[in-house]
Design a protein around this ligand. Sequence first.
Ligand SMILES: C[S@@+](CC[C@H](N)C(=O)[O-])C[C@H]1O[C@@H](n2cnc3c(N)ncnc32)[C@H](O)[C@@H]1O
Length: 283
Amino acid sequence: MRKLISRLALRALLAAVFSVPPAIAFAQQESTRLDVPFVPTPMPVVDAMLELGEVGAEDILYDLGSGDGRIVVQAAKRFGTQGTGVDLDPERISEARARAAAADVEDRARFMQADLFEFDFSDATVVTMYLLPSVNLKLRPRILDELQPGTRIVSNSFDMGDWEPDKTRQVGMNTVYLWVVPAKVAGDWAWTVENGESNHEYRVSLQQEYQQVGGRAFIDGEPARLEEAYLEGDALRLAIASPDGSEPVRFEGRLEDGRLVGVVRSEEQEVAWRAEPVSSDQG
Ligand SMILES: C[S@@+](CC[C@H](N)C(=O)[O-])C[C@H]1O[C@@H](n2cnc3c(N)ncnc32)[C@H](O)[C@@H]1O
């Protein structure tokens, strides 16, 4: 009895979130043990997803649960993007391959029958999806741990729990979400800035939750003001000022091979900046 009730509840949930008749949604899901039934993203929403993700010719795109292949094929047609669609349902794969052939983009749009939870998409620069909140949440650790910082994730309709999107766009009834995979910058970093005769030792202790970064800063061992800490992908901006009210020094860098590397800007000059990770009990 309990099983029947939970099946009926799942059927109602699928029907409600995808606005399709319950019988169709449930039959599709049952037939191949799909985690999500096939409901195509409307083409204006496909275009908005590609635009929000700033998809281009240089990208490597994966559509997880690719349905009839419309996202991968449209990216190949509009931008020349190399894309892969992954779907568990063999019928969808056949439809998607036919769509790619009809659009003459078979060289850029490939379709693989596979379970998205087992498929390796770690070389992606853009990932698109129209799945379910629970499926997004199950994918989230892999997205954060396996994808390169800077990879864009674009989802139709469903969010990523407490990982706030970097951008959203409304297209009719659909909300499109964009996240940029953040580099892992939490921890303590130290560096020296040479300024003519005087050198200054900088140190920051950064905390991070997804792309949100904050923490404490020190100059020459004294507490300083961390006025800005902004992370986008692997690019980090810090503005640090001494407590005497002087102008902050602005650091812009990228996480490269475990170091923060970039430039420090002041009104007079721009010099190289290189921060090393240090353990919290060090110096
Ligand atoms: C809502 S449709 C989205 C189709 C397409 N991405 C679009 O936006 O038009 C979800 C797709 O995910 C596929 N799917 C469901 N569970 C899957 C799984 N575990 N692995 C791969 N594909 C899956 C379904 O077959 C269906 O085609």
